[in-house]
Design a protein around this ligand. Sequence first.
Ligand SMILES: NC(=O)c1ccc[n+]([C@@H]2O[C@H](COP(=O)([O-])OP(=O)(O)OC[C@H]3O[C@@H](n4cnc5c(N)ncnc54)[C@H](O)[C@@H]3O)[C@@H](O)[C@H]2O)c1
Ligand SMILES: O=C(O)C1=N[C@H](C(=O)O)CCC1
Length: 268
Amino acid sequence: MEKVRIVIAGPRGRMGKEAVYLTGRTDHFELVGVLDYKHEGKRLNELDDFTSPAYDVPIYTDIEKCLQEVKPDVLIDLTTPEFGMFHAKTALQYGVRPVVGTTGFTNENLAELEALCEEMDRGCIIAPNFALGAVLMMKFSKLAAKYFDDVEIIELHHDRKLDAPSGTAVKTAELIAEVRKPKKQGHPEEKETIQGARGADFDGMRIHSVRLPGLIAHQQVMFGADGETLTLKHDSYNRTSFMSGVRFAVDEVLKANVLIYGLENIME
Ligand SMILES: NC(=O)c1ccc[n+]([C@@H]2O[C@H](COP(=O)([O-])OP(=O)(O)OC[C@H]3O[C@@H](n4cnc5c(N)ncnc54)[C@H](O)[C@@H]3O)[C@@H](O)[C@H]2O)c1
Ligand SMILES: O=C(O)C1=N[C@H](C(=O)O)CCC1
């Protein structure tokens, strides 16, 4: 089997580091370079967390130079929305398929990438959550929303997280909105005595974001009806939990020539 040539953007980050280790333990993956905003000209294995010879690859700060020199098949981005968008666009323009875990993309970003995939005849996967259990929680939430119109999403993350609500919560709300009868929840005359008490409003349903040290990534989707509640809950206790989804996405993006937003679209 030919190896998949991979570049990782954000290799020193919490997720990027796990993705680098994933390439080290996956026989058909080959890390061929990384993209950082510093350390140009160094080799990744010169840095403390990556001393294995498997990580003797160049560090680039210029994406175009990186793509021209190492010619990857796939670029995995785990950075920030601003750079994630720039990396995904540039990769597609070079015929390289992006797998993006970075969250915080706007609908305009998604539309732009969708058009670029079509123009370049290349796939791109944007996965707000790579944990397979979290994807199932989202799928089950959509199923439950056919029967329950009242729902609140409570997402809980570590306190280093930049975006709120989480990409997972937004995606869950979007999936629910596809099937839920439109409804403004709560009492029609309810008033917040402290601003934000009822959370963010998405199509009349509420999203609550909790940020605490000690947490990694967690979500509860709570449905209510007369005399009953149904709670769907997922917890990631470490970042290795995301890596089977990253491996799956890399294998799938090679077969794709369109934008895939969410692993639920390719998980049967
Ligand atoms: N899809 C998922 O399953 C999933 C899981 C966890 C986190 N995330 C998302 O992934 C992203 C990263 O999360 P994290 O916890 O690893 O954050 P982090 O802050 O630990 O890592 C981000 C890394 O990006 C690097 N970076 C910033 N600008 C860069 C640039 N221009 N070029 C190259 N590297 C650059 C930073 O140096 C940093 O190391 C966030 O958007 C987060 O929401 C997604
Ligand atoms: O740690 C993060 O940041 C995470 N972000 C994703 C999101 O925004 O949904 C997925 C889980 C971890």
